[in-house]
Design a protein around this ligand. Structure first.
Ligand SMILES: [Zn+2]
Length: 285
């Protein structure tokens, strides 16, 4: 039953996007060359059955904002321009330039995103970065803390960069300015010893990541409220939850702009961002 529903849904989406692919506009300028690939991507964006992080997911809309950013296009997954940009990316990275999204292409993208996280590179070298000296940490003010899970501290330079980023987001996106909850921090610096104690006490070790070596120990990682799907937590990794977050204006703004303030994303968690470089005043809006 579920299968046939899914097949019907996919068919409906293909037909819906068939119309979209024929549409005019700057994202459809090369439809004569990339129209078929656009249709195939439109279908797989919602229907592809795959397991990029171990568990089965359907579609890849949760990753579309980051992929579009990497391909330097604002055109959506079901457009000919997206397909042609994807083919260019595949060509550059030694993949067959099909213009079709697939798991192999995603692995290359994911590798690029992970390489931009010094914390991940340190873990690959077998290192676990030390927490910063306590005098490098600064306190959040109450309006910066999300009520769902209070956090207190961030490394001071990261807190400065965070404040500049939030000010820019509110200035640039009315929807973010209108809702003070958006971009509040629900986790910042986490003391490794307290983390380990909590993990043991609650029997919740977050897949052991929290206990073993969390990026939050560095004081440079922040979990930002980017909205939450009805009935889901602020950090629910359920595919439907992450897809919901990825559709929101807040996450999309972060994907396009957080780099200006020194923050890089973690593809699997739309709320988790890591600060990777000192703030450069030339990036100031
Ligand atoms: Zn986090």
């Amino acid at each position: 039953m579920w299968r046939s529903c899914l097949a019907f849904l996919t068919l409906w989406l293909v037909l819906a996007f068939a119309g979209a692919a024929r549409a005019a506009g700057p994202c459809h300028t090369n439809a004569d060359v990339w129209g078929e690939e656009a249709l195939a991507n439109a279908a797989s964006a919602y229907g592809l059955e795959w397991a990029p992080f171990g568990a089965t997911e359907f579609g890849w809309m949760a990753y579309a904002p980051l992929i579009q950013q990497e391909l330097h296009t604002q055109c959506g997954p079901g457009t000919p321009v997206f397909a042609s940009q994807l083919a260019g990316f595949q060509q550059t990275h030694g993949l067959a330039p099909t213009g079709l999204f697939d798991a192999g292409t995603f692995q290359v993208l994911r590798g690029l995103w992970q390489e931009r996280r010094p914390f991940v590179m340190a873990r690959i070298r077998g290192e676990c970065p030390d927490p910063p000296p306590i005098n490098q940490l600064g306190y959040l003010v109450a309006s910066e803390e999300h009520a769902d899970r209070l956090t207190r501290l961030l490394r001071r330079d990261v807190l400065d960069a965070y404040r500049r980023m939030v000010a820019a987001a509110r200035a640039e996106v009315p929807e973010i300015a209108a809702d003070p909850e958006l971009l509040q921090i629900f986790s910042g610096f986490r003391d490794p010893e307290a983390d380990a104690a909590r993990c043991a006490q609650q029997g919740n070790c977050d897949g052991l990541r929290r206990a073993v070596c969390s990026p939050h120990r560095t004081g440079t990682a922040v979990d930002l409220y980017v909205g939450q799907a009805p009935g889901r937590g602020v950090d629910s990794t359920a595919p439907a939850s992450r897809e919901y977050m990825a559709r929101g204006a807040t996450y999309r703004w972060l994907v396009a702009n957080a780099g200006r303030f020194g923050f890089v994303p973690y593809v699997y968690e739309p709320w988790h961002w890591e600060y990777v470089r000192p703030w450069d005043p030339s990036f100031a809006p």
